[in-house]
Design a protein around this ligand. Structure first.
Ligand code: ATP
Ligand code: MG
Length: 284
């Protein structure tokens, strides 16, 4: 038996999805037409699809699992379960209006024409806020709609905001924060479920490793205690004697969030020759 995964055929999620599988130690056979491929070292079959179709395929069980943006998953409103947030494809679904216009809260959207590729989510937002507005569904280049007179405002995906800026728009409401997620069909059998768990175990090890760095440093023995107190480590730091009398080498793992703060404190506490190396996998 093979687990079938649906990923984006091309576009913003393609590279990261394939890369993630690779980092999980899953090699994919190269297929020219790229509709479908499989792995020789993990029981996985990969379907390449438009991201819009992935929630449906997973709901129907044509694919057992899929990688898709939360924005698409919620817009399509299909039955599938999020197994794991993947940390890439981060963006938000926002309402933007022409920069020159005043905005005084959601009431400003009353009676407006909204261009969007996300009619379901926008409708939900409007209903929740008691706003009557006209939704114009378009499938791409939403940001040009106000400029060409098709709509007054837009609801579109934003990451840096530079596309909005280039089109004279400003972001006024965030409807949804989104990232790529691994989803699964709601009625997998025990064997499929086992394989999903195996995959998720690997994904977590990869994510965890990306978030952490391995650090090695030298310190005079009389400073080691103080230095150890600064290091969280997985259990406790490793301390090894150096060839030079009175010196030790200290090894530990640091999270990216606290990394620079702790490095400074380590230096101040007398650490020298600090080396920082990436971690490939981290199994807790
Ligand atoms: P497809 O041909 O598969 O339908 P698409 O054109 O709908 O592709 P892409 O533009 O490749 O989709 O975006 C795929 C996903 O990447 C989005 O649904 C979203 O989850 C994520 N994403 C991250 N940042 C952005 C962004 N700035 N703009 C659009 N999508 C983004
Ligand atoms: Mg799409």
């Amino acid at each position: 038996m093979k687990l079938r995964i649906a990923i984006q055929k091309s576009g913003r999620l393609y590279e990261d999805s394939v890369q993630l599988l690779k980092e999980c130690g899953i090699d994919l056979r190269n297929v020219k037409d790229r509709l479908k491929t499989e792995s020789d070292n993990f029981p996985l079959e990969v379907f390449f699809l438009r991201d819009d179709d992935i929630p449906q395929y997973v709901e129907d069980g044509v694919a057992d699992i899929g990688i898709v943006g939360e924005n698409v998953l919620y817009e399509k409103n299909k039955k599938a379960t999020i197994v794991e947030k993947l940390g890439f494809g981060k963006c938000r679904l926002s309402v933007a209006i022409p920069r020159i216009q005043q905005y005084e809260g959601v009431q400003s959207l009353q009676g407006k024409r909204i261009a969007t590729s996300y009619p379901f989510l926008v409708n939900e937002f409007l209903a929740k806020n008691n706003i009557q507005a006209e939704i114009h569904e378009i499938s791409g280049s939403v940001e040009i709609a106000p400029g060409i007179g098709l709509a007054d405002v837009v609801a579109d995906l934003v990451s840096s905001g530079s596309t909005l800026l280039m089109n004279g728009l400003k972001e006024v409401e965030v409807l949804l924060q989104s990232q790529a997620v691994l989803i699964r069909n709601n009625s997998l059998n025990a064997e499929q479920q086992k394989l999903v768990e195996k995959l998720v175990f690997r994904i977590r090890a990869v994510k965890k490793a990306k978030h952490n760095k391995y650090i090695l440093l030298n310190a005079p023995n009389d400073k080691v205690k103080e230095i150890i107190a600064l290091l969280p480590g997985m259990k406790s730091p490793t301390v090894l004697p150096l060839a030079e009398e009175g010196w030790s080498s200290v090894h530990s793992v640091l999270s990216e969030d606290t990394f620079w703060d702790i490095i400074e404190q380590l230096k101040a506490a007398g650490a020298q020759g600090i080396l920082v190396v990436p971690i490939e996998k981290m199994i807790m």
